[in-house]
Write a protein that binds this ligand. Structure first.
Ligand code: KG4
Ligand code: ZN
Length: 358
């Protein structure tokens, strides 16, 4: 089954053709980074306009690269939300129009489902790895989300941990801005961190585990470790360091040290909670996904910490190009929806910028 998927939830216009949810025949991503980086973040109106300009060429390229015509396509998939409403409208309206015009079934889904299912793409499996098994735990870390999701079966999502303030990628982006670096922050922070010393600053690793409470007998009960995240304390601590440094000599070395210390703290927070979830739910597979999953140090820490709990073949993470937004991951998730005949009526479909995963 060949699915053509469209993803336009933020600032990447992407179309892909994927066979049987696993084999990527084409994955075209038109990045708008150059348009937005001078503003230090995504400008929604600029993003929506660029999606309109990019959509048809990207669509044509994806079909051509997949050596496919419309008669080869069995279904169309699209991100329904969450995301920027102007950006989502372009993708959703394109998908609706094509579904009606080309008489194809339509699957509209949640963006995070795509990030999770990137781990089913053949391109992302390591040597000798078979697809993930259930129950699984997935840490999804992107610019908009930081969730730990327990899946007992396909398309069955139970959020067991989430951020109470910023998403991890958002924290990377904001710290980059404080350091005068370009958007998106993740890759530039990682680059600076390579030359910096990660032990120069003592940055907080906020733990939301509650204080122990007394039980009926008056004894202190050990609280369950929290799986939720908070990055605002870490961000404020970085801001204080930046303000101090600005008073004296805010050298490149100092910036690199701050970047390295922030990266380590953010990644250790993510790995700590993922490990707690693994200890609690004892999953068969552990997955990482989303833009921040492209971070090499994060993967190294998780691999190290998981080594005594999960066999290396049971840890899954996508290649960097499938960590950040792309339509191949949307096609992968859509395949499992279409196996369940979980199709969407194009006439009733509207984008939902605040869509919740269920
Ligand atoms: O998944 P994604 O492309 O878009 C959203 O769904 O939000 O994630 C984008 C986020 C940005 O915040 C970006 O700074 C971060 O992923 N990111 C990284 C890296 N590459 C991208 N964060 C840390 N290290 C990276 N190498
Ligand atoms: Zn994303």
């Amino acid at each position: 089954m060949k699915i053509l998927a469209i993803e336009t939830s933020c600032d990447d216009t992407s179309v892909a053709v994927v066979k049987d949810g696993t084999k990527v025949l084409s994955s075209v991503v038109s990045s708008q980074i150059d348009l937005h980086s001078k503003y230090g973040g995504v400008v929604p109106e600029v993003a929506a306009r660029a999606h309109i300009q990019n959509m048809i060429p990207v669509l044509d390229e994806a079909l051509c690269e997949a050596k496919s015509t419309w008669s080869d396509i069995d279904a169309i998939a699209v991100t329904k939300g969450p995301g920027l409403v102007g950006s989502l409208i372009v993708g959703v309206n394109t998908a609706k129009t094509l579904a009606l015009l080309k008489q194809k079934p339509l699957v509209a889904l949640h963006h995070t489902e795509g990030h999770i299912y990137a781990n089913w793409l053949e391109d992302n499996l390591q040597e000798g790895q078979t697809p993930p098994e259930f129950p699984l735990i997935c840490l999804t870390v992107s610019g908009g989300h930081t969730n730990i999701i327990l899946m007992k079966d396909h398309l069955n999502y139970n959020i067991v941990g989430q951020t109470i303030d910023d998403a991890a990628g958002e924290a990377y982006d904001k710290v980059a801005k404080m350091l005068g670096l370009t958007y998106p922050g993740g890759p530039v922070i990682a680059k600076c961190a390579e030359s910096g010393c990660q032990d120069t600053l003592e940055l907080p690793r906020v733990d939301l585990t509650k204080a122990p409470e007394r039980n009926e007998q008056g004894f202190l009960e050990k609280p369950e470790p929290s799986l939720d995240f908070s990055f605002s304390g870490l961000k404020t601590a970085v801001l204080k360091e930046v303000r101090e440094a600005e008073k004296t000599n805010f050298s490149k070395t100092k910036k690199d040290d701050i970047a390295a210390s922030f990266q380590l703290a953010a990644n250790e927070i993510l790995a700590r909670n993922l490990l707690r979830a693994v200890e609690k739910y004892k999953p068969k597979s552990v997955l990482l996904s989303g833009g921040v999953a492209a971070n090499t140090q994060l993967k190294e820490i998780i691999i190290r910490e998981l080594s005594s709990k999960v066999a290396s073949n049971n840890f899954y993470y996508p290649k960097p190009k499938y960590c950040t937004d792309n339509a191949a991951m949307i096609a992968a998730a859509a395949y499992f929806h279409s196996k369940d005949s979980n199709f969407t009526d194009p006439k009733g479909l509207i984008p939902d910028p605040n869509l919740k995963i269920s």
